[in-house]
Design a protein around this ligand. Structure first.
Ligand SMILES: Nc1nc2c(ncn2[C@@H]2O[C@H](COP(=O)(O)OP(=O)(O)OP(=O)(O)O)[C@@H](O)[C@H]2O)c(=O)[nH]1
Ligand SMILES: [Mg+2]
Length: 310
């Protein structure tokens, strides 16, 4: 069944005194680099999902939880949908997007306000007809003239029926309350799925690996980040101190040399920044030891991908 238009739904819920609490899953989908993870972090109010200028930064599904009076949102960040399947890794990422879409109450389809491409259209084609879809027209801060939004809105609105269309800037936090309000209308009434102080469904081990990967994406050129994966070998608590040992896998020894840098300088900088993020989020000191190991073909090895949690 298709959801009724936003206005009707709004009136119904406002008029319904029995709905005291809503809670549900909200998928955040879109092509690579449109700002899905930036949006998830802004909506949750904490940096739990990694972001960078490079496409395909997100490789895992991660939930971010936001609890407000009367409503709990469980936002699900997803990898940018790939229009090419270059590797088994990419196939798995796309599968994760498809599975998420089938399983949520509301979909937020993130689109860059400056352009709508064939890759966006490929995502639009995946959207299930029975789930309400809200368009978040992101990066409006990059538009000099807001009138440029109008043809884009017309182009997107012609694709299918949408529950709402909200222009936002995830990076600046512009109009996020309006987006949340639009989403909340479509969440089902029901009990909270998470405690009201929980931020994510992922554990510290996962987040630690992701922070390391983020620094690699941000600090290195075009090729290396896609050839790397991070494995947490051990994660121990000693009172307030966390002692973490991680391995970065690369495809070739030449990549290992670049990643390690002269005298280990680059890896040291990456580890030190990642440690800073961990200490900020975990709230305690972190001792981080990172090694780099060559493991050729990891992104096309089913066994390795499964071990990495893809
Ligand atoms: N100017 C501007 N930049 C933004 C905004 N939102 C995100 N960005 C930037 O866009 C780039 C991509 O952001 P991400 O959040 O990593 O994008 P993503 O959609 O999660 O990308 P993948 O995980 O690779 O699919 C980063 O450099 C962000 O800083 C925005 O509202 N305005
Ligand atoms: Mg992302």
């Amino acid at each position: 069944m298709r959801s009724p238009p936003l206005q009707q739904e709004t009136r119904k819920h406002v008029a319904d005194p029995d709905v005291r609490q809503r809670c549900g899953h909200v998928a955040i989908v879109g092509r690579p680099s449109v700002g899905k993870s930036t949006l998830l972090n802004a909506l949750v109010g904490a940096r739990i999902s990694i972001t960078s200028k490079k496409p395909q930064t997100t490789r895992h599904r991660i939930s971010g939880i936001r609890t407000e009076p009367g409503v709990q949102f469980v936002f699900v960040d997803t990898p940018g949908f790939q229009t090419r399947h270059a590797s088994k890794l990419n196939e798995r990422l796309n599968r994760a997007v498809r599975e998420t879409l089938a399983d949520v109450d509301v979909i937020v389809f993130v689109v860059d306000a400056a352009r709508f491409t064939a890759a966006d259209r490929a995502v639009a084609d995946l959207l299930p007809a029975q789930v309400p879809v809200i368009i978040a027209l992101n990066k409006i801060d990059t538009l000099k003239d807001k009138r440029a939004l109008l043809p884009r809105i017309a182009e997107i609105a012609a694709l299918r029926e949408f529950a709402a269309l909200v222009p936002i800037s995830a990076e600046r936090g512009t109009d996020l309350p309006a987006l949340k309000e639009a989403i909340a209308q479509y969440l089902p009434p029901g009990p909270l799925l998470y405690a009201d102080d929980e931020l994510t469904d992922r554990d510290e081990r996962f987040l630690a690996a992701e922070f390391i990967r983020e620094k690699i994406f941000r600090q290195l050129g075009d090729e290396i980040p896609y050839s790397t994966a991070v494995v947490i070998e051990s994660f121990e608590h000693e009172g307030e101190l966390r002692r973490i040992r991680a391995t970065v896998l690369v495809d070739k020894s030449s990549q290992r040399a670049i990643l390690v840098g002269e005298g280990g300088a680059r890896m040291k900088a990456i580890a030190s920044q990642a440690r800073g993020d961990m200490e900020a989020l975990f709230g305690g000191r972190v001792f981080l030891d990172v090694w780099v190991r060559v493991k050729s073909g990891w992104s096309d090895s089913d066994a390795m991908l499964t071990r990495l949690g893809y």
